[in-house]
Design a protein. Sequence first.
Length: 614
Amino acid sequence: MKLGRGALVAIYLGMGLLTSARGAAELSPRGVLVIDEFGPDSPFGRRFRQQIHSTLDIEKAAPFVLYSESLDTARFDTSNYKDALKTYFVAKYRDLRIDAIVALGADALELMSRIRTNAWPSASIVFATVGEETNVRSLISSNTTGVVLSRRFQDLADSARLVVPQLARIVLVGDPLERQPLRDRYKEELQQVAKHLQITDLTGLSLRDVETRVANLPSDSAIVYLPIYNDSSAIIHDPTEAFKAVAKVANRPIIVDSQTFVGIGATGGVFPSTEYLGREAAFKVARVLNGESASSIPVTVDAAEKQVFDWRQLKRWSVSEATLPPSSEIQYRELSAWDLYRWQIVAIAIVILAQGIVIVWLVYEHRRRRGAEIESHQHLLEVTKLDRALTASALSSSISHELKQPLGAILSNAEAVEMLLDADTLDRDQLKEIVADIRADDHRAVEVLKHLGALLKQSELEAQDIELVDAVNDAVKILAPQARTKGVALEVEAAPSNLRVRADPVHLQQVLLNLGLNAFDAMQDGVPQQRRLVLRVTRGDHHAMVSVEDTGNGIPEDKIKRIFNPFVTTKKEGTGLGLSIVRTIIEMYGGRIWAENRAEGGAAFHFILPLAQA
């Protein structure tokens, strides 16, 4: 019994250890070995590995460790070399867990298929290659899947024809086709292209010979560059540096099938998408790491290629973008200001347009307003002239009486002259006195008519620098006969000299006449001995003030604030326009007018005008 119990304990312990070992194995990271047949410095291989890694991270595959190796079979393609690689890889990864092998290229797939049998028999193989599917079908064994991208030499010829419309010759540069990775079908396809285009084969020549040949090609030629690893002089080259040497001297556009050379001299070409190839291969690796069998995952065959051109080279060879396929990708384009600042330019254009519209509208409004002002000014002149005519009409009786006196005196003197001429003796001294009287009376009549003519003239009025006191005196000369008729004492207080204002003298005369006649009307019901009109002129700091004061009944309190408004009057026969015109005239010359009742009785009207020198 004890022996049987001990056996059961041993069995349970063994099962526990086995389960623990299996769990530890499942928790340990999966090993992914990426093998490419390019050299260690190949941009294509580097981008492929980067895409594998980034895609596996995104896909959240089971925990993995990524290893990578490069075969460099383009330069080392011997059976001894491959045997050495087999021994090296088996020894290097003997103690590491390898669950999936990613083989880039047919040579990598063939070598890994042979190594896996002995080293990692349970590992899955995911291959990625560019070429024909038939070229890798014979290499596919069990637990294997992959991605095949087609690549044709005819596509390169078509790209060459896009940049050289009169293409007649393709100049082929690079290592011999049988040593070119991922270009298995080029040699066979080249024979088909040669039926329509002349092929100048410079593959295998030394780099120096190639440089000499490509520097003097006919204008109907295009260069197709394939990587140069070894040339006929046994010099090992970096393919990128070799391309730069060729591009530096080439006198025709260069077409390539690797995007590595775009940007350093290639005009363009058709390329297998490294990103697409690495991404599709990584999708399959993720499925394997998550438990699927590679044999159950179908091989993907696609033509995932893109056509890319260098904008600078297109300009160099005078190739219009309009002639390229719409799906073409143009790189290294020199962006215009529109490309860089499109939205800023649009915003500025909108602002400028809006400003332009506002400016046009303002100009239109200014012209419309100016037209309205001119029209209003014309109406004002017409009303002002009409008011002057009415003023002259009101003064007509006084003016008539004023003219009768000098004209009667002239007539009397003329009759006296006739009498002297009929006398026996001629008194020359008396005759001279009579002629002098006639001349004086004539001047007096002329002055009356002159002031009346100035008041009634129809010409356009213009502002000018005038002596304010002279304008007041001219108005007084016209008002004086009416004052005598009305029985009003007209007084002008002594005014300071050199009071120059900028105005029209007739306009100022009209203002004073209007205020004076209104004062005469306001005093007509008063006691004759108390009828008195005073004109006073005073100087301020920057202005001159004129006051017209009467001894009438004053202005009713309900009208004093509105007395200058149109159609407001204190007279039964008044139109209510006179004082409104007076205010318009004063304000037109930058002045101000107001009215008030005097404490001792009567009304006072004051207006100020800026001095001309101010």
